[in-house]
Design a protein around this ligand. Structure first.
Ligand SMILES: [Zn+2]
Length: 255
């Protein structure tokens, strides 16, 4: 999930915590060869690895989440997307705190906004089997946030995140066209509708990647300096208009 519509100044305590924890530096060698620094004091702890700065409640060891975030970072870059050198990630002690700070729903595992990835409590993340996919999904949103702000369609953003993460949501709801799909992703509060919209967006992007290859799809995403530029780039890539392609892909026989 991502949401560019609300800009939040959000958590301001992280830099203070990092400064306060400098006196208790622990350097740990991860089992998989990843090395990260861990600063702990009071009720929060910060972990720094090659590309991740994670702030989490000190009560639970979040090292495995950091390792998974590093693997996710590498996979997103390997797909061809560009990420900032360091990703600011924050995890919370309760689901209520997570939803309050992220603006997400209780069923989300992670939400990215303004380049910051916010996570459910670490103990909950470690219990769930889909942590790897959820982290890859959110890091794709971080990678394309500039293009989303410039007019990249939400269906392409979400579909790309699902494709990189290897997620396959299913649903039986049908969409009349790309505009209806886009509306559902942007506005619907219905879990069933949103889930079906995600599945459809994932299928559309998988079709693009299968037809034109990862590199050209990544270039198409990068061409989104405004919605007109995106539509022109789409027409150059596919030889048809975005609307016509969408109608073709969303025909009942193709669903
Ligand atoms: Zn998403």
């Amino acid at each position: 999930m991502s949401d560019r519509s609300t800009v939040r100044t959000a958590v301001s305590w992280a830099p203070g915590v990092i400064a306060a924890c400098l006196g208790t530096l622990l350097v740990l060698a991860g089992i998989l060869g990843d090395t990260y620094a861990c600063h702990a004091q009071g009720r929060t702890r910060t972990y720094r690895s090659a590309h991740i700065l994670l702030t989490a409640p000190a009560a639970v060891d979040a090292s495995r989440v950091v390792d998974e975030l590093e693997r996710a970072y590498r996979d997103v870059v390997r797909f061809g997307l560009r990420l900032p050198p360091t990703i600011d990630v924050r995890s919370y002690s309760t689901t209520s705190e997570f939803t309050r700070m992220s603006g997400g729903e209780r069923y989300h595992l992670a939400i990215s906004r303004g380049g910051v990835v916010r996570l459910q409590p670490v103990s909950l993340l470690l219990r769930r089997g889909d942590l790897a996919r959820a982290l890859r999904h959110e890091l794709v949103h971080v990678a394309v946030q500039g293009m989303q702000a410039a007019g990249l369609p939400r269906w392409l953003n979400e579909g790309l995140a699902l494709t990189v993460a290897g997620e396959r949501p299913t649903g039986t709801l049908m969409f009349e066209g790309l505009a209806a799909l886009e509306d559902t992703l942007r506005q619907s509060r219905s879990y069933r509708s949103v889930r079906a919209a995600y599945g459809t967006a994932g299928r559309l992007v998988a079709t693009l990647v299968a037809g034109y290859g990862k590199a050209r799809v990544v270039r198409l995403v990068g061409s989104s300096t405004d919605s007109n530029a995106f539509e022109r780039a789409f027409a150059e890539l596919s030889g048809t208009t975005l609307q016509r392609w969408g109608q073709e892909q969303l025909r009942p026989s193709k669903r």
